[in-house]
Design a protein around this ligand. Sequence first.
Ligand SMILES: [Zn+2]
Length: 356
Amino acid sequence: MRPIAPPSRVIAHLLVLIFALFLVPAAPAQDEPPAAPLPVFEFHSGFWLNLHHTLYRQARLQRSSAAGANAVTTTAGMNNLSPSEARAWNSALAFYTKTYADKDLTVSLEMILIKNQLGDFETCADLTGTKKKTCDAGLPAQLTQTLESAAPVYRAHLWTEHDRSNRRWIAAVAPLVRRSGLNLSHRLAEIYQTPWPKERIRVDVTSFASSNGAYTTLDPLRVTVASTDTRNQGAEALEVLFHEASHGIADVVQDAIFRECRQREKPIPRDLWHALLFYTTGELIRPIAVNSVDGNSSSGSNSSSPNSGYVPYAVREGLYKRGWENYLRLLTQYWQPYLDGSVTFDDAIAHMVSAL
Ligand SMILES: [Zn+2]
């Protein structure tokens, strides 16, 4: 979600080559009605990926635990460990602090590979293949050992609560995806002049998903969303999903901005493409959200209400006030006419760049 360039295609292709992916179907959510599969997205609440993100988050908090608030968060839910559980958990945290805490979940190839692999092996009881041959995840030995020794502690103390939150989040967003998902995907594909992926996009729902509450990795295109993040609740969840998915089909925007800048010998504006993605998804979600906001869907939000209309993510989170002030003006003036159908894609980008 944060304004950074996605991992390069080259790196992402490596990802495909290195690991053979064993796609597993989404676990049926307890709260989800037994209906036809959802369009556009497939949601997963996987044990190993949630454990991995929990250790990563706690390791980062512990590393910078000067603040008392952080220390409390670090130990939340893990206060009643037996001595052997505490030893296993602390040693896992020490390994994560040393090995992964400094790496960025969203750009580190190593972290992306681990994340994808743990997602693919979510139904496995272990990661070594001891119980089932196909469950050998091929991860680094020390990571495998760390996860397996932390697993019983996580399962006993946090997983039930995390999984329940994840499934609750999935159950809340599912009706919105069912109602509006296909139309939104068609419209975004049209706007970005890029086919929407044929396969449903995998969404890993976790207790933590980077400091931004959600992130996307490419090739394969996968979204990770934090179920408990206040920014991802109600109709906002739909916007987050489609913003994230847009990362997979918006190369054409970056290319067009770069091309126009080169022609005009202007410096490439940092993150204009990303501001455009935020703006576009926000504008598309706005009418849907206003119509769908009710007591259930807006329960997690304290920044928009049924009466005040829908406030898109970038406005809500103040992104346009943190260096993107000019972008909002450009997008409103030159990109919105394209969304309204009155100018072409190329003209809209050209007008924006010439007005920079
Ligand atoms: Zn983004």
